[in-house]
Design a protein around this ligand. Structure first.
Ligand code: SAM
Length: 221
């Protein structure tokens, strides 16, 4: 049974995530310390590498796109059909401003991916989810939404931090007590795969270490 404390805490995580990305880090996110520490630009390069064969033809949705770093890199690499969604409206305004300056066309919509991804069924060839899974309170619901909007045989690329078990447990305990900018819980990749498979995805490319402490797994609908 879920206690009221848990429900209250989950709401607080959402609020803390929203405040962080809607207000607090708007002007600092692109230069945040985690980018060099976790070598986050390697994430973008790895996604481009994955999609290079037909990058100019496929429709790519970035869920939890924040300031649009990955979307910008994809555009530079030749992607033409780009879509982004995030729970924080202000951060999407930033992406819109940047895209306008750079003359890039990106379809951007605000959404809580755990409730509804605001596009029709079978819409995308690829969905990217980089550094977002640990923000979800109910990852299964978000995965169901991603499954719905992906085309048959479409790819879901999940990139998440990968920590040794003890570090993960300590971090999760810390998050439970103190909460950190909407980070909710870090999962073992086996758990992420288990939930992905339970909603219908199959593993297409096994987990691969990229960047620093990051694991990339490619799933197929
Ligand atoms: C750590 S940032 C990662 C951003 C980006 N994908 C990257 O690689 O740098 C997490 C992002 O996910 C968004 N987010 C968190 N929960 C979400 C949800 N339920 N639905 C949509 N976006 C969400 C946050 O607002 C934030 O912009």
């Amino acid at each position: 049974m879920t206690s009221n404390f848990e429900i209250g805490n989950k709401k607080r995580y959402k609020v803390s995530n929203y405040r962080t990305y809607n207000d607090k880090v708007l002007d600092t996110y692109d230069n945040c310390i985690w980018i060099p520490i976790f070598k986050l630009k390697d994430i973008d390069r790895s996604v481009v590498q994955e999609l290079r064969d037909d990058i100019d033809k496929i429709h790519i949705l970035d869920v939890g796109c924040a300031t649009g770093r990955l979307l910008g890199t994809l555009s530079l690499a030749g992607a033409k059909n780009l879509y982004g969604t995030d729970i924080a409206p202000n951060i999407l305004k930033k992406v819109k401003e940047k895209a306008k300056k750079q003359n890039i066309d990106i379809d951007l919509k605000v959404s809580d991916a755990e409730i509804n991804i605001p596009w029709a069924d079978n819409r995308f060839d690829v969905i990217t989810l980089t550094g977002v899974y640990h923000h979800f309170i109910n990852p299964e619901k978000a995965l169901r939404e991603m499954y719905r909007v992906l085309k048959k045989n479409g790819r879901l690329i999940i990139i998440e931090p990968r920590f040794p078990m003890v570090i993960r447990q300590v971090l999760n305990l810390y998050l439970k007590i103190f909460m950190h900018e909407g980070d909710h819980r870090f999962f073992a990749h086996e758990k992420i795969t288990e939930v992905s498979q339970s909603v219908g995805f199959r593993v297409d490319i096994k987990p691969e270490n990229i960047a620093r402490f990051m694991l990339k797994t490619v799933y197929r609908k």
